[in-house]
Structures are given as C-alpha cells and as structure tokens.
Write a protein that binds this ligand. Sequence first.
Ligand SMILES: C[S@@+](CC[C@H](N)C(=O)[O-])C[C@H]1O[C@@H](n2cnc3c(N)ncnc32)[C@H](O)[C@@H]1O
Length: 288
Amino acid sequence: MQHIPVLLDEVIQFLNPKPGGRFIDATLGGGGHTRAILERTAPDGIVLGIDQDESALSSAKAMLESFGSRVAFVHSNFRALRTIAEESGFMECDGVLADLGISSMMVDDPTRGFSFMHEGPLDMRMDRTQRLTAADLLNTYSEKEIADIIYTYGEERRSRPIARSIVRLRPLQRTTDLVRAIERVSGRPRYGQIHPATRTFQALRIYVNDELKSLEEFLDSSMIVVRSGGRVVVITFHSLEDRIVKQQFRASRVSGRVMTKKVVRPSDEEVRRNPRARSAKLRAWERS
Ligand SMILES: C[S@@+](CC[C@H](N)C(=O)[O-])C[C@H]1O[C@@H](n2cnc3c(N)ncnc32)[C@H](O)[C@@H]1O
C-alpha cells in the first residue's frame, strides 16, 4: 500500500514553508510530506530527505524525480542530524520534520517482519545494514532480558509469561512463531480488542532499532540546526515517544517556545480516510 502522509495540513501549517525555504525531512519514507514542502517552497526551495531504510530512499527518489536538484537524499539514522546538516550545508535551516515509526510500505512487506498480520522472517530492522535482528534477540537473550524489553518498550503487563513462552518455543524464525508464543499466554484475539501481539511487536521494533535513544539525540540536534524563527515538527505514534518529545521541547537547551500548548491530533475525517493516523500526535517548537 502507498503511504498516505499523516497530518499533512497541520505539518504545513506549523512548518510554514515559503518560496526559497530550506527544510530537512528526517523521515523521508514515501516522500509525501517532502513533496508538499517542495511544492510550497517552489521555485527554489530545497529539502534534504533522510531515511535509514534504503528501499524507502529509492522509492522516494523515483517519486520526487521531477523536483530535480531541489531535493537531496541521505541514507542515515536521524540521530546523526547535526553532522548531516553541517556536511550538507543545512545548518540554520527553516525547519525540521520527523514523522516517526515505519511506513505502510514497511508494514505491508512480509520480508521485513514488522507485522503480526504477515508471515515472514523475524527481522524488524529499519536499516538492513545493521546487524541485530528481532530473531537474534529472541533466540539469544535471556528470559529476563526479553521480559524487560517487552515490559519497558511495549508496556505489556504479561511480559514475563510471554518471555517464558518465547524461550520455551526457541528457536523462533518467523513472525508466526512469535505470534504462537504470545497466543499461548494471551489467547487468540477477540473481536474489537487490540491484537495480543501488538505490544510485543512494538517493543521488539523499538529495541532492535534503538528508537528512543535515536529520538532523544535527534531532538537535541534538531533544535540546534534550525535558524532563529525556524521550527521543529514531530509526529509520534505511541506514548513513549510522545513523552520524550513533550519533555525535550519543554526543557530545550536552546531558547525557544512550544507552539503546541495542546498536542495536535488528526480529525475524525482523517482517521476515517487513513486509519493509520489514529494514534498520531503532533508537537511543534520554534527557536527564539
Ligand atoms: C512514517 S514513515 C514517514 C513517512 C513520510 N513522512 C511520508 O509522508 O511518506 C517513517 C520513515 O522514517 C524512517 N525512520 C524511522 N526512524 C528513523 C531514524 N531513526 N532515522 C532515519 N530514518 C528513520 C523509516 O525508515 C520510515 O521510512
């Protein structure tokens, strides 16, 4: 499925791109937000698109081809934002955007192992040049380590019995092996409930990709790379991420103001059109 950009109007409202503007999209994904920024910064505005997933970069490159040299691409984790901005001439830029998590393309690709809905290898790496996969973790970490990961990053109450069940069923190779281990403890999904594997899959993905640490480092740098009056806009999809953004914007080392006194949520109409937007939360900050 093609990725539909989430909270697009709100992103544009807060970033406020103008002709000639210079922006960094730290999570390029399918390129939907970048496209909108490029359209509004025409004829000479530029965007630097970062993604740690090489396949996202190549499909975004093809999608944005018509913008020519107005868009540049970097394969990297966004935790290196400051170095990337320095090396690419994007210091003092007008705005930085991060739309966290994984794209619909990644969720729907069974070879990536992100979804309990698809049979595939237990991979879960956003950057496939990285070594650690979810299978490595599940097959080599101790029961306690696995339980702690599921509890901390999934906020899963049944982390201990799930970890015990995982260790009993080792080696786990496929997403279906993991779903079986979870269902042994939590039962099969009931209509209207969230799937019992949701929290465990979230936890493993966050751990494998070191998502929370990367986010903290990214936020620190984002507030440094924008110019005075420049803006940082972040969309999160779960409470662990949102808490970090809220706190770091409030306690910024660089002087600035939080533009979103209340967190911004998608309208009912957007959620109807794009159910993936359901849990999205947007926060924005402006440098003084
Ligand atoms: C939700 S998608 C972004 C979708 C995009 N805004 C659009 O409109 O198409 C998130 C993307 O960010 C990338 N990503 C997530 N965390 C990252 C990180 N720490 N560093 C670099 N890229 C990251 C993922 O690989 C994925 O392609």
